[in-house]
Each structure stands twice: as C-alpha cells, then as structure tokens.
Design a protein. Structure first.
Length: 318
C-alpha cells in the first residue's frame, strides 16, 4: 500500500476539519437567540459540569472509522495480525489492558478461545465494554473492569500472556505497572503491546503537547530508551522493539479516506460536530508523527525465571 505523502497528510485532515467546523459554527441569529433565551444560566452551569467524553454521537463516528467495538486504529484486522505471536488457545489466560468498548475482547475470544481478564482506564468505556460483553455472552470468559492501572494488583503467575492497546501512555508509574504484570505472568509468559513513545529525552514539543491536550486521559509519555531500560529491569527477555510508526500512520489516514469516501454529503453534515473533533485529534497525531516528535512502538517480551539472564544481559557480558 502506498503511503499518503507526508506533506499532504496534515493538510488533508486539517482541511476536512476546517470545512465542517465552518458548517457547524454558522447558526442563524434566530436559532442562536432562541437557545440563549430558552436556557437559564443556572442550567448552563450545571450542564457544563457533566462532561461526557464518549457520547453516542462521538462513538458513531469512531466505530465507523475503526470498526464496531473499536476506538483505535487497525480494528479487528490488526488484532488478528498480532495473535499468532502469542499462541493463545482455550486452555490459556490473557491479561488485556486497554479493552475499550470490548471489540478487542470479542475478536481475541472468537479467534483463540482464550480466557481474558481485561482492564480499561476510562470509566465510561469500561462500563460500555462491560455491557458489550454481556450482550456477546462473554461476561465470564472476557470480563472488562475499570482500573487506572496506576496500582494494578494481579495474582502472581496467573496469566500466560499480556496484550495492551492504547493504554500504556496514560500510566504514570510504568515501572510499577510492568513489575506487577511480570509477576502476574507464568514462566515464559509473553507480553505484546503497542505504545506511544518519545524519540528522545528532550522536553515535549509544542506539537506533542497539543496532541496530548486532546486525549481523554492525561498522557505520560516516556522516551523510547527509558521504556526499553525499564522493561529490561523487570525480569523479561525483551525482544528488539518494532517501530510501527509509519504503519500506524497509514492505518489512520486510510481509515479516514475510506470513511469519508463511503459517506454522502448530507450524512457527513449530520455528524459534522463530532466529525470535526475526531478529525482534529487525529490530525494532531499525524502532525506530531510527521515532525518526528512522536513514535508508535510494538514491544514483545518473555517472562524469565529468576536465575536466567536475558539475551541483552548475556551479550553485554560477552
């Protein structure tokens, strides 16, 4: 698949957002006045306090982009592509971080039959994910629980594998999290996860800060070398990380192009408000990526027994 030219990607999403932003900010004087007159100031204040990050209107756009039950790029196809690396089956157990709306759980369960314990750091998504599992009949086989993952407690040696999507970058104490995960894995258990990282130790650039401000949860980005060092200190055989930044970038842009090409003009105008918000969020990500200030990495690690040394440690001593 040919990648969309870098110098056009930001402009493409930016123009889309600009067009629909202009459409949604053109209320008539009559309609604007009627809204102001019909809403008492006290009601406005109370409504402003009730922040809903994932309203149905936004999810309508998101699931059209990434797939039913998904809130992140790649959808079911991306999850299926990763699963062979872990050799999961109905006799094994999986720890899943970043369960979202539950689409990931459904895909993994359908493909492997593995028993899943899933956590989601956003309360709204966790609640909706729980309902999805009930509808799918997976509330026992793949329950989703809310947890910020800042102090995640896991039963020692209770999982054969761990996967994480769109979750690690929002955890502040990553060392504590991965120590807990490592202790929760059985011998030779595997970790496979995707995470946003910084390319170096420089302070966050303005473009990364703009992207971060639009995320539903606060971001705690680590430099890629710091992430690697932390993993190597958690009794893991850490395989060379895979930089999937450009692959991820292509998934984002292709999803947007497919989505827009499949929608009619009146359909797009009907969802303009939520379309603008999502478009701006992903345009900010593409901008940070194309400036070389944000990376997307795939990590694969294997749990070691206490006495065994990792490949990296053996090579360092050679």
């Amino acid at each position: 698949m040919a990648a969309v030219a870098k110098n056009k990607s930001e402009g493409m999403l930016g123009k889309i957002a600009g067009v629909f932003r202009a459409r949604k900010t053109k209320p008539t004087a009559k309609s604007g006045a009627s809204k102001m007159a019909s809403t008492p100031s006290g009601v406005q204040k109370s409504q402003s306090k009730a922040v809903v990050r994932w309203p149905a209107s936004r999810l309508n756009v998101i699931e059209k982009l990434w797939g039913l039950g998904y809130t992140t790029p790649g959808g079911a196809d991306f999850v299926k592509l990763l699963l062979p690396m872990l050799g999961l089956d109905e006799k094994k157990s999986l720890l899943l971080l970043g369960a979202g709306l539950g689409g990931i759980c459904e895909t993994i369960s359908e493909e492997t039959g593995v028993w899943i314990t899933a956590y989601e750091p956003e309360k709204e998504l966790a609640k909706m994910g729980q309902e999805s599992m009930k509808r799918a009949g997976l509330q026992r086989k793949a329950p989703i629980r809310f947890d910020s993952m800042e102090a995640l407690k896991l039963k020692p040696k209770s999982f054969d594998a761990m996967m994480a999507f769109d979750a690690i970058h929002s955890v502040k104490d990553k060392k504590a999290l991965f120590t807990s995960i490592s202790e929760g894995l059985r011998l030779d258990g595997e970790m496979l996860f995707i995470s946003y990282v910084l390319p170096d130790t420089k302070p966050h650039s303005q473009k990364v800060q703009i992207w971060s401000r639009h995320q539903s949860l606060p971001t705690h980005l680590w430099p890629q070398e710091a992430m690697l060092a932390m993993l190597n200190g958690c009794n893991l055989d850490v395989r060379p990380p895979d930089d999937i930044t450009q692959e991820f970038r292509i998934k984002v842009l292709k999803a947007w192009m497919d989505f827009l090409s499949a929608m009619k003009k009146d359909e797009l105008l009907a969802i303009a408000a939520d379309l603008v918000g999502e478009c701006e969020r992903w345009a900010d990500l593409i901008t940070a990526i194309d400036c070389g200030e944000l990376k997307v990495m795939k990590y694969h690690c294997i749990k070691l027994p206490d006495q065994r040394k990792s490949v990296n440690e053996l090579m360092a001593k050679a």
